[in-house]
Design a protein around this ligand. Sequence first.
Ligand code: TNX
Length: 544
Amino acid sequence: MPGFIRLITALLHFVLLSSVICAQDITPRPVNTIMGSGPGFAVNPSVRILFDKSFMQQAVYFADQLEQQCGIGLQTMPLADTKSIGKDFRLVFDSNKVTKDEMYLLEVNDKLVTLRAKTVRGIINGMQTLLQLLPVEKTTNAIIPAIQITDYPRFAYRGMHLDVVRHFFPLSYVKKYIDYLTFHKFNTFHWHLTDDQGWRIEILSYPKLNSIGSWRDSTLIGHFKDTPARYDRTRYGGYYTREEVKEILAYAAVRGITVIPEIDIPGHSRATITAYPELSTDPKAAWGVAYTWGMYNRQNNVLAPNPATFQFLRTIFHEIADLFPSPYIHLGGDECSKLWWKKSDSAQAFMRRNGLKDEIALQTYFIEEVSKYLKEKNKKVLGWHEIMEGKLDTSTIVMNWSNDEKAIEAATKGFSVIMTPGKPYYFDHYQSKDPKDSLAIHGYNSLESVYRYEPVPNSIVKKGLADKILGGQANVWTEYMEYSTKVDYMVFPRMTAVSESLWTPLEQKDYADFIRRLKSNIIPRYSLWGSSWFKDFEKWTADK
Ligand code: TNX
């Protein structure tokens, strides 16, 4: 074959077999990107993943991801054992050039790919960018463009929540969900584990929480406003064993994700008092694990302030604190209906004995007691914004699911705040106004409104309270999400929009460009993962 034909064949081969992803396609958008010159780095089976010993597990994780995405299996090897570095990936621990915890520095040229970080989270974040620079297709010759990226998050707290009570999801899906978070550079998984409709974590010291509290006899069919209400009369439930929880924690740790468990007290306690009626304000009532939704004040029952309850709380929160490495434990505190305490003579007597002037003060008493128990285990408390109704220790973090005024109230009182406003960060709301859209709770949070939401609104900046906002989180309440495919449909692509708001500098946000990147580089990932998503996102805009 004459030389020039061979050359053209080789060139054609190269063009056909390799696809170069554009650096401008990365989501969330990185802080600073400089395009290099040269052909870029060719990833072929002779490339190795060389790692500093602190990143050993992450090297294996990265090799797995590459294999899944591109079908290329690469060897991993400690940097220290490597005599010569050829055309390789290098995962470098570097606390000089890397100045922030979750930051990474990526440098790609035709000889080397160097990723620097000083924490697991940093290296994991950098890997997500690298994976986005690689094609989503099986290939033996993927090219990473020559590039230099300096990147770090705007907010310290970037979370996604999942309610596994209203519907229960297999362990495999919890892992998949953690993978979604990892890909989107979130750092926290908020696991809503207990509620009126079930108790979803094994507790050794109070076994009836599982044998009784994890199961309901029936589940509402359709919307809770439908009349007449229909029920499926089928036993439903389950819980994660401690071994399974440990498996999730190990899985999350490799990916730099903190898992914050939520044990919701003193309201949302129907499952608890069904298992242990002596903890309720009316022990003789025929409690049952709730099988309908949205019945605040009726279904949503509360714990009684009695010695058995405080003993219970101390024991289970200690058990939870011993299991979860997270420095924060979420104790719920939301929608605690005061009417049960008002009607209860013994609750009223308790309030008088302890000088608590009203039921709000009693709620605060509960939160402070549990804070004390958690402090014994070196843990701090996180709770929904209702916990600040009384006077509370301000080292507690407030998760605000209401509006900006509530955030201002919390920040003014001295609390740090995480923004999870119902509008637009509740993903149980509709993302279209199409009457044929899959059933949701109510409301309308379009992709555009999610993207345009600013977690530090001007009203907060003007009051000089901006630094009280730690970050944000979208919440996924699953009353109307019976299967994991429905969760996927409700969270995608809105989760991708939240990730950019929490990571990317505000001045670099651009909705039109986000949509372009979503279509070119992110949606192919949803397909790769076998996940469903809401496809009509361009049709539905940000109108209120
Ligand atoms: C309120 S927001 C709740 C949840 C429901 C949700 C439905 C919050 C802390 N509590 O128990 O699932 O509304 O949108």
